[in-house]
Design a protein around this ligand. Sequence first.
Ligand SMILES: [Zn+2]
Length: 438
Amino acid sequence: MKRWLALLLAAVIVISGCDCSTSETPAATSSVSTTTVSSAVTTTATTATTATTATTTTTTAVATAVATTRTTAATTVVPAPRVWYTNGEVSITKEEATAILSQPYVKPNNVIVMIGDGMGPNDLILCRRFCRENFDFGLTLDLIPNSGLCITDSLSGVTDSAAAGTALATGEKTKNGVIGMSETLANLKNICEIAREAGKKVGVVTNDALLGATPAAFVTHSPDRENGERIARGYLQFAPDVLIGKEYYTFRNTLSAAALATMDSMLVSKEKGTVNEVLNTDLDCTKPFLGFFEEGTLDRPNNDLAHMTEAALNRLENQSGFFLMVENAGTDKAGHDNNIVRKYNSVATLDRAVAVVLKFMKDHPDTLLLITSDHETGGVTLPAAGEEPTAALFTTDQHTDTAVRVFAVGHGAEQFKGKVVDNTDIANFAIQAVKGER
Ligand SMILES: [Zn+2]
């Protein structure tokens, strides 16, 4: 346990100041319930920082600090419900989440699909173990009673994100590299198009580039996932009611002058540096909202997926219902980089966004939530008892065909309990719900 924390803190120290790295941790953001405990953890980090020149000393110092933290928290803090997620306005405890998960649900008007890109089943186990051992709380995902496994392969074998995204968005398998099209490159109708036909609002949120394969597969059609110009035009032609992601300049630079005029007629928030500056702007909710964030901010606390999800829900809520796709990309990138700390930390990023959705579902029992992964990345294995997680747990830096988890909340969710389904089954379930057929 102590060495896990030391490992995490060392990683934070190493990557701090680097534009392209993940720097959020469950402790530093929203997962600890009281100020006293949070500040004690900060003290732990400081102790570790000053001791980095001597590994043995660091471990001892961290161990002492953690022991002090727990003692202090136990003697001076009135026990409070563990907060799974809070941003000051929205917060949720284990008790609340459990109550929401057991409440009665009705035929869905709103459908939400959340995708942990590259998130394998062992990533969840590592994150759960880390959270429980160091912070005495678990994952929101673990509270969901209806869960099973999902097969992810594409027509090319081990899938890429393009084929997997297409399967989850359309209910049809295709070849790797293809976005929203069949094996013969015919357009496949996606769930966003179906939702709009049903009179619903449509939102797509990612903490990665909007031109990336996963969000692109939910809205656009392209024979080649690398054709950014075609994908960008596809987004603008469809104009989702809410579109939030990264890489403003890459997106803009792919477009013609005419397409740029279209883009500028939408409500575009240029890169401003933080989610707050973009999302808290008082904008006209009747027009499409296109929000971009600065480069290299994936998973940073001030650019949290949970906050983006919350903003999207606020904009999408309406009487006719909506469809929302939320992607967390960090578990895929950490897998490709063989970075085990970022791998399990990124699971917590998705988990906080799940908590936000559950909070929404408390007052909206006509909502269906499906959470899965497009594939596993990194072939993560588990450490032996008592051993800390290291990069040696990765068996590859590529995607694998390991079955991923699927979680369901809402009307009919029990159909997923203990089942092994295909990614197209998940899509078809969501599509039927959007059509009002279940
Ligand atoms: Zn992927």
